[in-house]
Design a protein around this ligand. Structure first.
Ligand code: ATP
Ligand code: MG
Length: 354
C-alpha cells in the first residue's frame, strides 16, 4: 500500500542542519494499522508529511497503491489533493464558524476531491454516522466536546472515501478516559472499513493497543519493527525494551555454563551467551515471582519488601535484594510481609551485551 524507499529529509535551522529522516525505507501493507512510535523529534511527523505530500523529501521515492507519488530521481511529485489520502492531525482544524455538516463537507465541496453537489449530503451523513455523530450534523461546531470535535475531524478524513488515512497524534488533546474510548473506536472503524492507517504517537500504550505493527523511530531512522507482542517480549535493543513498559535492569557479565553474574548473584539464562561478554540484563516486573518462602529452585533470591502498592487488579512490590531494588508485579493477593523470596524464571531474562 505504502512503500517509502530511502527517504531523506534535512532542515536548515540557522547555520545548523537537522537530519529529520536519514534514509528511511518502510512498507505498510494493504489494510494494515501501522504505528510510528518514538520520542519527540525522532522524525515521525516528517515521515507522515512526506507521505501526505506536505513535505518534499530531499531524496528517495514514495509509492502509494502501486503509483509513484514522489521520486527525486524521476522528478515526480503528486500534490497532496491528488494522493487520495485522509488526514487527521493533533489540532483538529475544525472551523468554528461552520456547522458539523459544513466542516465534514469541506473537502467534498472545495478543491480537487470535489464531488457532484447532489452526492455531498449522503456522503457527509454516512461519514458522520460512522463516527456516531449522525444526529449532530446541524450543530454549530463550537458546541461540541473535545471528543466530538475529534470525531468530526475523523469524519472529514473519511468523507473522501480514502483507502489510506494518516493520523498524527489525533488523541493527544483529549483527557485520559476519552483517549482510551476513542482509540478503541478508531481501531474498530479502521478494521471495519479495511482502511490502511499510518498513525503517529509517542504513547507506548496507545501504540500497542492500536497497531498491527509498530515502527519504532529514533533520530530519523526506524530502528525496530514488529507486532506489539514481538517488541514487548523480544526487544532488539535495550532502548526498545525501555520504551515498552517498565523493566528491571542489572549489570551483568556472562560466565561459563549459561550463567550470568550479577549483583544479585549467579543467574541461569536460556539465551545463548558468550563467556566474558558484559552488558545489562532486563526483566519485566510481571515476570518476577514473589513468594513468602523458598521453593529451592534456580534463580531464587532472598529479599526484603520495601513497599506494596495496591492497584486493584494487581499489586506492585518494591523488593530489596543484595542492595538492589527490584519492581515486581503480581496478581496474587496473598499478603506478603518482611522477608520474601523472589525468583527470576530463566526464560524471562533478556541479556543485552554492551
Ligand atoms: N519545518 C521545520 N524546520 C526545521 N526543522 C524541522 C522542521 N520540521 C521538523 N524539524 C526538525 O526535524 C526533526 C524531526 O521533527 P518531527 O516533527 O518529524 O519529530 P516528531 O517525531 O514528530 O516529534 P514530536 O513527537 O515532538 O511531534 C526535529 O529535530 C525537528 O526540530
Ligand atoms: Mg510530531
Amino acid at each position: 500500500m505504502i512503500e517509502a524507499l530511502n527517504l531523506k529529509k534535512s532542515f536548515k535551522v540557522g547555520q545548523k542542519q537537522v537530519d529529520a529522516l536519514c534514509s528511511v525505507t518502510q512498507q505498510v501493507d494493504e489494510g494494515e494499522f501501522f504505528v510510528l512510535l518514538g520520542p519527540s523529534g525522532s522524525g515521525k511527523t516528517t515521515l507522515l508529511r512526506c507521505v501526505a505530500g506536505l513535505e518534499t523529501p530531499d531524496e528517495g521515492e514514495i509509492i502509494i497503491s502501486g503509483r509513484t507519488v514522489f521520486s527525486r530521481k524521476k522528478g515526480i511529485f503528486v500534490s497532496p489533493e491528488d494522493r487520495q489520502i485522509g488526514m487527521v492531525f493533533q489540532s483538529y482544524a475544525i472551523w468554528p464558524h461552520m456547522s458539523v455538516f459544513q466542516n465534514v463537507a469541506l473537502p467534498l465541496t472545495y478543491g480537487r476531491q470535489k464531488i457532484a453537489r447532489s452526492l455531498v449530503r449522503d456522503r457527509v451523513l454516512e461519514a458522520l454516522r460512522l463516527v456516531q455523530l449522525g444526529e449532530m450534523a446541524d450543530r454549530p461546531s463550537p458546541l461540541l466536546s473535545g471528543g466530538q470535535q475529534q470525531r468530526v475531524a475523523l469524519a472529514r478524513a473519511l468523507a473522501v472515501n480514502p483507502r489510506l488515512v494518516l493520523m498524527d497524534e489525533p488523541l493527544s488533546n483529549l483527557d485520559a478516559r476519552l483517549r482510551e474510548e476513542m482509540r478503541g473506536q478508531i481501531r474498530d472503524l479502521a478494521k471495519r472499513l479495511s482502511m490502511t492507517v499510518l498513525y503517529v504517537t509517542h504513547d507506548q500504550v496507545e501504540a500497542m493497543v492500536l497497531a498491527d505493527r509498530i515502527g519504532v523511530m529514533s533520530k530519523g531512522s526506524i530502528v525496530s519493527i514488529g507486532s506489539p507482542e514481538e517488541l514487548y517480549e523480544g526487544p532488539a535493543s535495550k532502548g526498545v525494551a525501555e520504551f515498552f513498559g517498565s523493566i528491571n535492569w542489572l549489570e551483568a557479565e556472562a560466565a561459563e555454563g549459561g550463567v550470568i553474574k550479577t549483583s544479585l548473584g549467579n543467574l541461569y539464562v536460556k539465551q545463548v551467551i558468550h563467556p566474558g561478554q558484559s552488558g545489562m540484563i532486563g526483566t519485566r516486573p510481571e515476570d518476577l515471582e514473589v513468594a513468602a518462602s523458598s521453593s529451592n529452585r534456580d534463580n531464587e533470591f532472598e529479599g526484603k519488601l520495601v513497599s506494596r502498592t495496591f492497584l486493584g487488579d494487581q499489586i506492585v512490590y518494591a523488593i530489596k535484594v543484595s542492595g538492589v531494588t527490584l519492581q515486581c508485579k503480581t496478581m496474587n493477593k496473598e499478603r506478603l510481609e518482611g522477608h520474601v523470596t523472589i525468583r527470576i524464571p530463566k526464560d524471562r531474562i533478556k541479556f543485552f551485551p554492551s
